[in-house]
Design a protein around this ligand. Structure first.
Ligand code: GLA
Length: 345
């Protein structure tokens, strides 16, 4: 069984003290999470030569978590991804959210879940973060109570579950924004990490990365049905890759495990399973973190990490053809994802 230790972490600009919670399994592999943004800050595993490697990127300052455009490791909400022009209609009422990404709304707005200090409860081998987001928070309707639970077991499975409920109808789409580099964080590029995604369809986007429609991956750079280096097609001439400055696209997944990623150099392998329909692959195209803010004094630039954000469809509230992201009053929101780590010898 895993054990949990607590240490002090950074102090926020508002003077709140935050903490790191280390969940260590019986092999000594560990995951660290913080109440700041209910974020994952480290995933430390052994590579094929038995060297310890931290495969998650993070910030070392409060400023990074509060302002960083990367959302390293953070819980993202209320609505992960983009909402076109920050606008939607629910029960005949119109809502205007912050437009914090060009003309669109991104990742829950300005002072979103990723930027807040959460309450913590340690329950046996699990760390639970809770937050109560009041009616009108970031202009979303209804009060939403959220629980994010992290565990890391002896099978090296990092499991995240998200639970929520609202006192009136609202929209909700929660995910985690951890960036992996299976060579070890601090290594400059994930382009030599291999990836396999069980998806025959992905979602094409417009210039603002708002969904246009569902497309087949076959004969496109989006075909990851067989293992391929992330860098193999990323610089190919393709209007979708141009719009994202790399991969910044949602894949409609078929079976679990939906994604397997691996570093040929370290042998570290990551297997992702989820009960949600989308994996959003983001290859860290806009990452820009100086050594003042990067974990361990590391500078992170474009492609320093990749994200596999399990979620509902982007902008689903404005696309009746996609599964609904409406969380009705009295309903229970639940979403679970497991990232399992292993080593190929
Ligand atoms: C998501 C978006 C990206 C980018 C990152 C955060 O993955 O789709 O465009 O905004 O979050 O930097």
């Amino acid at each position: 069984m895993s054990t949990i230790t607590t240490t002090p972490f950074v102090t926020t600009s508002g003077g709140r003290e935050t903490h790191l919670y280390r969940i260590t399994n019986s092999s000594g592999w560990y995951v660290e999470v913080t109440d700041l943004g209910a974020a994952i800050t480290s995933i430390v595993v052994r590579d094929r030569k038995s060297y310890w490697r931290d495969v998650a990127l993070s910030y070392r300052t409060a400023l990074g978590f509060e302002k960083g455009g990367e959302y390293f490791g953070a819980t993202v909400g209320r609505c992960a991804g983009r909402i076109a022009k920050g606008h939607f209609t629910l029960n005949d009422k119109e809502y205007q959210l912050a437009t914090n990404n060009g003309e669109n709304h991104l990742h829950g707005g300005v002072f979103s879940f990723s930027r807040k200090v959460w309450n913590t409860t340690i329950k046996k081998d699990k760390v639970m973060f809770t937050i109560s987001s009041p009616d009108g928070d970031e202009s979303y309707p209804g009060r939403v109570d959220v629980i994010v639970t992290y565990s890391f077991n002896d099978d090296n499975e990092l499991t995240i579950s998200w639970d929520a409920a609202s006192d009136s109808d609202t929209i909700c789409n929660l995910t985690n924004h951890v960036y992996f580099n299976l060579n070890g964080e601090g290594d400059t590029s994930i382009l030599d990490n291999e990836l396999k995604i069980d998806a025959s369809k992905y979602i094409e986007v417009d210039e603002g990365l708002i969904p246009l429609g569902i497309k087949k991956v076959s004969h496109t750079p989006f075909d990851f049905r067989h293992f391929k280096l992330i860098g193999e097609d990323i610089f190919k001439e393709d209007v979708q890759l141009e719009r994202g400055s790399g991969y910044d696209h949602s894949f409609i997944i078929r079976n679990n495990p939906c994604v397997i990623a691996s570093s040929p150099r370290t042998g570290i392998t990551l297997t992702c399973s989820t009960d949600y329909p989308i994996v959003h692959l983001y290859t860290g195209n806009f990452v820009d973190v100086t050594c003042e803010n990067g974990k361990n004094g590391h500078t992170y630039t474009s492609h320093a990490g990749f994200c596999l954000e399990t979620q509902m469809y982007n902008d689903a509230i404005n696309h009746p053809e996609y599964p609904s992201v409406i969380l009705h009053k009295g309903e229970k929101y639940h979403h679970k994802t497991t990232y399992k780590f292993s080593v190929q010898r």
